[in-house]
Design a protein around this ligand. Structure first.
Ligand SMILES: [Zn+2]
Length: 438
């Protein structure tokens, strides 16, 4: 009789299609899919009535470590990830010590064992001073990508001029990730507004042209240099249409917030807790984002989990810190969209598991197939639950989705064959590992 460490029994396995099957895992990997009635296992989990998804990857989180531990830490943020059904996160480099060199990267990697509840990939940030080292940095172990803030950053991490952007594109071969709002236009327009204006002015200041101009500039340089390019958090109808002409070199991320919240109402309802960059926009862009998702024009959906203190979120606009928590609520919100008929579950898998694995080259992740890591997001599509702030593990303690009722909820999280969350209960100790990339 064949023996497995773990069998997920009788679930509906979701890949590019859905089928009822058992999954057998050994040594942290998937080894068999099909009818395993005649096999035995150390642990059998009955998944009857549940859907088994390849582990969801959130490719865009800010875990803030090193940084202000009263706002977020690797430990607390990744605990939220597994409670929310996320099996791996890719962590951004703009921490208190920015990840811009091999030395800092090594220090960052050393923080993960024993602290992280899920697997982690690490971004390295580009600066005007480290451009010559980016080809070496991008191939270091566990680096998911180089991240470039072409707008919307402070200090070191801003690389906004064409000459520097072209130089960095010419130094390396892997896909580069960009925050693409145009910095010059952002700064010029900021002068048009004053402190204490309504929060909804956020989408007037950082208007469509700020984002579209940034993306046009980046993609023309990407075309000129031939460099593979991933535009993070694309938020406008204009950019989504434009990016269709760059499918040979360009990929697109859309955020769950831009698929869920609509301005200006969200600003009037949530105040500073609606402030993020690029901003939540109006109905036209919301509709275009969903059309792009369903047309196959989007590659990844992320949360851009970016905690701040309540004090920083409640400052008058535009002194409000930009960024929203989201890694823990990503899967419930998206399952609710599936339930509402906005996208099929298979497409959610393609955008949240297979998509990030493909765009970033995450080894062994994103698929339910023999040889892949036994990472699973197991969901109950009928389970109805309201998101409450008391559930949020990030020390800042808030979510813009408090009070939102979701139909569809992650009920188990399995990482490399280990069940780490079952019905809201955390199991074991932090066993998250660094992800490898090819
Ligand atoms: Zn971000």
């Amino acid at each position: 009789m064949e023996h497995f460490d773990l069998i997920l029994k009788n679930g509906t396995v979701v890949t590019s299609s859905q089928e009822r099957a058992d999954i057998g895992c050994r040594n942290g990997r998937i080894v068999a899919i099909g009818n395993l009635d005649r096999a035995e296992a150390t642990e059998v989990i009955d998944c009857t009535g549940l859907h088994v998804l390849p582990g969801v990857i959130d490719p865009h989180v800010h875990l803030r470590e090193p940084g202000d531990a009263s706002v977020e830490t690797i430990h607390d943020g990744t605990k939220g990830a597994i409670l929310g059904g996320v099996t791996a996160v890719f962590d951004m480099p703009n921490t208190a010590e920015s990840v811009v060199s091999k030395e800092v990267l090594d220090r960052k990697r050393a923080m993960i064992p024993g602290k992280s509840w899920c697997d982690i990939g690490l971004y390295v940030g580009a600066t005007k001073k480290n451009i010559e080292t980016l080809d070496t940095l991008e191939v270091q172990d566990n680096v998911c990508a180089i991240k470039v803030f072409a707008g919307s950053s402070t200090g070191d991490l801003l690389v906004e001029d064409d000459a520097s952007l072209e130089a960095l594109m010419r130094n390396g071969t892997r896909r580069v990730c960009y925050h693409s709002e145009d910095e010059t236009r952002l700064q010029e327009r900021k002068k048009l507004f004053s402190v204490g204006q309504p929060y909804r002015m956020h989408m007037e200041w950082r208007d469509v042209e700020c984002a579209f101009l940034g993306t046009r500039r980046l993609m023309s340089l990407a075309r000129k240099t031939g460099r593979k390019t991933h535009i993070l958090h694309v938020s406008t109808a204009e950019e989504l249409a434009y990016m269709r002409d760059f499918k040979d070199i360009g990929t697109v991320e859309v955020l769950v917030n831009h698929l869920t919240q609509v301005g200006p109402d969200v600003y009037d309802r949530l105040g500073g807790y609606a402030i993020m960059n690029p901003p939540i926009r109006d109905q036209r862009h919301y509709d275009a984002s969903w059309a792009a998702v369903n047309a196959g024009d989007v590659d990844c959906i992320g949360s851009d989990h970016a905690p701040h203190s309540r004090e920083a979120k409640e400052r008058p606009w535009p002194l409000t810190s930009a960024g929203l928590t989201g890694v823990q609520t990503l899967v419930p919100i998206m399952l609710d969209h599936v339930n509402a008929g906005r996208l099929p579950l298979e497409r959610m898998v393609s955008l949240m598991s297979a998509g990030p694995a493909r765009v970033y080259g995450a080894v062994g992740k994103g698929h339910i197939a023999p040889g892949y890591d036994a990472d699973f997001t197991i969901v109950d599509l009928a389970h109805r639950r309201t998101i409450e702030e008391s559930w949020i593990t990030s020390p800042c303690g808030w979510t813009p989705f408090a009070g939102t009722s979701c139909t569809g909820w992650p009920v188990m999280t399995v990482i490399r064959g280990q069940t780490v969350m079952r019905e809201d209960e955390i199991i074991g100790s932090p066993r998250g590992a660094v992800v490898s990339f090819s």
